[in-house]
Design a binder for this molecule. Structure first.
Ligand code: NAD
Length: 291
């Protein structure tokens, strides 16, 4: 059953386009106060207006605002967490949704491989910086957008950043989406179950193949293939459905550490069930983010 989210405060990354915009819009529609995160203030403003217009805010009851952050920069993530904590009393639902697909290897301002930095290290750091507030707001939920693309991937602990082997965008993306699942499982283990534990449920999901701008920063042939294939893909609104289910349904009150698709908990790959790898990834991520 879907709950009314009135009185709940949510933070959604990657919310100025695609699946994230629909998650933010859906949360507002369910009555939550929503803070969207984007890199560009002007774009954030126009998305806020679009969501307000679409939903028709109910007498100022619902609050939607934005914070600007570049999730490829750890300084910017730390600033985001600080700004959020300074301006809000609680965080009931954190949605780690921002992500990139990059066909060519690039590095961030911190000198880290960009796919791993944005898709995994950013959710890892942001969640850890906000975890006390999330726990104090319990029952609360942490939702991370993973992908079926994790299947077949493994974390190469000797070369997470593709410094030794040649970079492959599909492998880097798969590795980062596998990291989302391992992170979710290890986070759930550390904070304790939603029942009798911390009251914080951490779950992740595959949204389906969704018509978005995920490959926009890549050569034309990637964009062409994506556009052609896109006619068979889901709309962003449908892509947001499982995230909204995880954010609001009482069916998942007692579920944590799960990987979902089409509103159902599904078994991820064998590599995503590797508890030792999850701990190793957590330790490596702590080092890479200086936590
Ligand atoms: P999208 O490109 O529309 O959305 C990605 C969002 O992340 C954008 O709003 C972008 O601005 C933001 N982002 C990227 N880099 C950022 C940075 N450095 N700082 C701040 N924000 C940044 O694509 P999407 O498909 O909606 O992607 C959302 C999530 O869904 C991603 O995590 C992606 O891996 C995942 N996903 C998508 C599909 C699909 O078929 N589209 C399938 C499985 C998983």
């Amino acid at each position: 059953m879907t709950a009314n989210l009135e009185g709940k405060t949510c933070l959604v990354t990657g919310a100025t386009s695609g699946i994230g915009k629909e998650i933010a819009s859906g949360l507002v529609n369910l009555g939550a106060d929503v803070v969207i995160v984007g890199r560009n203030g002007e774009k954030c403003k126009s998305v806020l207006e679009e969501i307000k217009e679409r939903i028709g805010l109910r007498d100022g009851k619902v609050d939607i605002s934005y914070l600007v952050a570049d999730l490829s920069s750890q300084a910017s993530i730390r600033q985001l967490a600080k700004e959020y904590a300074n301006s809000h009393q609680r965080l009931d639902i954190l949605v780690n949704n921002a992500g990139v697909f990059l066909s060519k290897r690039t590095t961030t301002i911190d000198g880290l491989e960009s796919t791993f930095a944005v898709n995994h290290l950013a959710p890892f750091l942001l969640t850890n910086l906000l975890i006390e507030m999330i726990m104090a707001s319990s029952p609360s939920r942490i939702i991370t957008t993973s992908s079926v693309a994790h299947g077949g991937a493994r974390i190469d602990f000797d070369d997470i950043e593709f410094k030794k082997r040649s970079y492959n965008g599909i492998m880097a993306y798969g590795q980062s989406k596998l990291a989302n699942i391992l992170f979710t499982k290890e986070l759930a283990r550390r904070i304790g179950g939603s029942e009798g534990g911390s009251g914080v449920a951490a779950n992740c999901f595959h949204p389906g193949a969704v018509r978005t701008s995920l490959v926009q920063d890549n050569p034309w042939y990637y964009r062409l293939i994506w556009t052609v294939a896109g006619s068979f893909f889901l709309s962003p609104e449908r892509g947001a459905d499982t995230a909204l289910f995880l954010a609001s349904s009482s069916d998942v009150n007692r579920v944590t550490g799960g990987y979902f698709a089409k509103r159902k908990q599904v078994k991820p790959s064998k590599a995503a069930d590797d508890e030792e790898a999850a701990i190793r990834l957590w330790n490596a991520s702590e080092m890479m983010t200086s936590l």
